[in-house]
Design a protein around this ligand. Structure first.
Ligand code: HEM
Length: 417
């Protein structure tokens, strides 16, 4: 039997398994509340799983890492995607995707990432630390006397938008509008979005693009000490960002840093409130915040899925996946894999070996991980130190409907003042 014939017979064997008992349905409300039992069953019974909606679902840590580093898995959305979210080649989403760092492959990705990293680097994050602490203090000052707050509306949603807006250099009166566009923009990574969401996404991109186009024009004429001006000036051996790349990069930095960080702070505080002894330990010893941050990133990852498309027939975990198919690499599941982490379902803020995949791996590893970590650490530590006896109102928690991003839309708490 030739190699090709062998591949084809493996593919047929795989696909006849389609009716496997385990169901991966990320839209079920019970899955959205707690996906971890389903992930564990998949890891144990069918770690490379062809779901009933035609997406391959990979849940074991070793398979997910290997796939994140495999050049035959592309971050470009699959052609055989979902009818509801299929893009016309002329749609704003389709034309923006051509310029977006995240959807690029080497050598274009390498070139673009190098240029963006010249402007958006660790120095930018270091310079922002004091300001991040000030913003967190201002946000907590506003609720401190009332004894109640909504962690999402009062802290974790306003913080990243102010931080990234200040870094990029967008005026403060535009925060609310930017927050709105950025919310819709985050659906660009979701291949299962409804056609209504898709319309809103396309509209948001048009407006977002128009907004940054004006701002870039202004900064070209009068550079400021901000990231937009730095991106305009970024050079690598004579190479620079084109106008479309500049626009796409501003939007990507804004949106990818916003919704994810909202979830990091919300999920992190929720995990600590569910584990009062861990919360107390952090309160007594604030220097544990660095390992606590890594642990909450692992325990309830803000971004659960890295979406990929196979560019050739490939083998993962003993199964062969056809070329051109969508694959979900579930980092949220890999981060709870018992073969990688001891007692993976326990939150342990002192965990020392914590090689989690919350920021991905391989060439698309998160460009904003340092900024996200600093914001998360300052927000969580300040909240824990300043607001005693924090108590969640569990019956009022609301989850967001986005299968890639895991987080809350409403998280009311009470505290002593
Ligand atoms: C807790 C917060 C964050 C989480 C959990 C997170 C997670 C991730 C993950 C998992 C990826 C890889 C996706 C993939 O391979 O499919 C990624 C990529 C990326 N992230 Fe983040 N991110 C966070 C915050 C940020 C921030 C604050 C920024 C910037 C302001 C940012 C900018 C980016 C960019 C530009 C990429 C694409 C990099 C590339 O394609 O080379 N992220 N992020």
């Amino acid at each position: 039997m030739s190699r090709n014939e062998k591949m084809m017979s493996l593919i047929q064997a795989n696909e006849s398994d389609l009716a496997k008992k385990i169901k991966f349905n990320p839209f079920l409300p019970e899955f959205q509340v707690d996906p971890y039992p389903t992930y564990r069953r998949l890891q144990e019974e069918d770690p490379v799983h062809l779901s009933q909606v035609g997406v391959w679902v990979i849940t074991r840590y070793t398979d997910v890492v290997k796939a994140l580093r495999d050049p035959s898995l592309s971050s470009k959305p699959s052609e055989i995607s979902y009818a509801s979210s299929r893009q016309q080649s002329s749609s704003p989403v389709a034309s923006l995707s051509n310029e977006l760092l995240f959807f690029q492959e080497p050598p274009d990705h390498t070139r673009l990432r190098k240029l963006v990293s010249k402007a958006f680097n660790i120095r930018v994050v270091e310079q922002m630390q004091t300001r991040i602490q000030e913003i967190v203090n201002e946000l907590i000052d506003q609720v401190q006397d009332s004894g109640v707050m909504d962690i999402i509306a009062d802290l974790s949603r306003p913080l990243p938008v102010r931080v990234i807006a200040q870094i990029l250099g967008t005026p403060s009166e535009d925060y609310n509008q930017l927050k709105e566009w950025s919310h819709w923009f985050s659906y660009i990574f979701d291949p299962m979005k409804s056609s209504k969401t898709n319309q809103q996404l396309n509209q948001a991109i048009l407006e977002f693009k128009d907004y940054f186009s004006h701002l870039i024009h202004k900064r070209r004429q009068h550079p400021h000490n901000d990231l937009i001006s730095a991106l305009i000036q970024a050079r690598d051996e004579g190479d620079k960002l084109t106008e479309d790349e500049l626009l796409a990069t501003c939007m990507l930095l804004f949106a990818s840093g916003e919704e994810t960080t909202v979830n990091l702070i919300g999920n992190g505080i929720l995990a600590l409130l569910h584990h009062p002894e861990q919360l107390e330990q952090l309160k007594q010893n604030p220097s544990l915040i660095q390992s606590a941050m890594e642990e909450v990133l692992r325990y309830d990852s803000p971004l659960q899925i890295c979406g990929r498309t196979t560019t050739s027939h490939i083998e993962i975990g003993g199964k062969v996946i056809r070329k051109g198919l969508p694959v979900f690499l579930i980092v949220g599941a890999a981060n709870r894999d018992p073969n990688q982490f001891q007692a993976p379902d326990q939150l342990d803020i002192t965990r020392s070996s914590n090689n989690h995949l919350a920021f991905g791996d391989g060439i698309h590893y998160c460009l904003g991980s340092a900024l996200a970590r600093v914001q998360g650490q300052i927000a969580i530590n300040t909240l824990v130190q300043r607001l005693p006896n924090l108590k969640p109102q569990i019956d009022k928690l609301e989850r967001r409907e986005n299968i890639f991003l895991r987080g809350l839309t409403s998280f009311p708490v009470s505290f002593s003042n």
